[in-house]
Design a protein around this ligand. Structure first.
Ligand code: TXA
Ligand code: MG
Length: 334
């Protein structure tokens, strides 16, 4: 809607009835709104408007068009824009509303902008569980395209203040809805082939999906990367380099640890003292932001188990640690 513009300040507003009505009006007029979902905060726009969807890419400074997830209330709404088969129905019945995205064929005559599909004949759909996201979708009466509300390549926001840090002056409104409870993005499953394929690990675990559908194919690293920004080797990245599987912090480093750990200090965060992976996922992006702000030489990260939600946590950490051949957003202020 507007490029970074000091004359157009961004407001964080309470997600009461008035806030929801304002958000819905902005969205219906083709504008952008930052809103909470249970996974991370999203940057939402009318998924049926080419101009509104194009504005998402401009505001995020995404270097090229990548497909976006379309957010709806339920399977009925999703089935108006995408073709459901028995597998999709089973997953939607089991995990919606919730942190699971289904990649399906676009339905003939689909109202969603072709830009959300980035030229593919597929569409990613998800019904979020967060009550504020749901109220906004209902009030706007629109399917909403919503990537994570961060600038390209950066850490996803899990708190309204993070969205402000990322997009201040670029969007008119951020709805406040507390800390995101899941903390990592939705799991993305591609159901357009003969066998279901896991495109991105996330809030629903691979085991939970396998229990219903049998084994999933997993996409090889880098494969189809141009269409899957969440799968680019370097993504979700703080400015400070990460050192993974660290036994401890070296002098000058900050420490992100997990499980019972006596180490404490300004530059130490514990993802979960109890060793609980759901708590760790919910804390991950906020703690990375905290430690990044300290401007240390590196953030040492203790090993995290790869089971359950640990798969999504380790996936995000690997991408945050990956070498960065391209600056995330050269035009943006630091
Ligand atoms: O939890 C989430 O999914 C959050 C919240 C806001 O809902 N959204 C989010 O969106 O993470 P984004 O744009 O940051 O990530 C969307 C992911 C990307 O990895 C993208 O490549 C994949 O979904 N995706 C979207 N449409 C696709 C399609 N048609 N085919 C394959 N992958 C697709
Ligand atoms: Mg993202």
């Amino acid at each position: 809607m507007h490029d970074k513009d000091p004359e157009c300040p961004t407001e964080i507003v309470d997600a009461g009835a008035a806030g929801i009505a304002r958000a819905a009006a902005i969205l219906r007029a083709g504008g952008l709104v930052g809103l909470p979902t249970e996974t991370v905060y999203g940057l939402a726009a009318d998924a049926t408007s080419d101009a509104a969807v194009a504005a998402i890419f401009a505001v995020k400074a995404r270097p090229r068009f990548n497909p976006l997830i379309v957010h709806v209330l339920d399977e009925d709404d999703a089935a108006r824009i995408a073709d459901f088969d028995a597998r999709a129905e089973l997953l939607a019945e089991t995990f919606w509303p919730g942190p699971l995205t289904l990649v399906l064929r676009r339905r003939a005559g689909c109202a969603a902008s072709l830009l959300v599909s980035a030229g593919l004949d597929t569409l990613a759909v998800r019904a979020p569980a967060h009550p504020v996201a749901r109220r906004v979708i209902a009030a706007a009466g629109l399917p909403l395209a919503a990537p994570s509300a961060n600038r390209f390549g950066r850490v996803s926001p899990t708190d309204p203040r993070h969205v402000m840090e990322e997009l201040s002056g670029r969007i008119p409104l951020i709805l406040a809805g507390g800390r995101a409870s899941v903390g990592v993005e939705s799991t993305v499953v591609d159901l357009t082939g003969a066998r279901p394929r896991l495109l991105r690990p996330g809030g629903v675990t691979q085991d939970e999906i396998t229990a219903l559908l049998g084994p999933l194919e997993t996409a090889a690293e880098g494969e189809s990367a141009p269409h899957s920004p969440g799968r680019l080797p370097s993504h979700y990245a703080p400015a400070t380099p990460l050192r993974l599987d660290a036994g401890g912090a070296q002098p000058g480093e900050a420490l992100l640890t997990f499980g019972p750990d006596l180490r404490q200090g300004d530059a130490v965060r514990n993802l979960s003292e109890k060793g609980d992976l759901a708590e760790a996922a919910a804390n991950l992006f906020a703690m990375l932001r905290d430690l990044d702000r300290l401007g240390r030489a590196a953030i040492a990260v203790a090993p995290i188990p790869a089971t359950g939600l640990g798969a999504a946590i380790n996936d995000r950490l690997r991408r945050a640690a990956a070498p960065r051949p391209v600056p995330a957003d050269p035009g943006a202020p630091p």
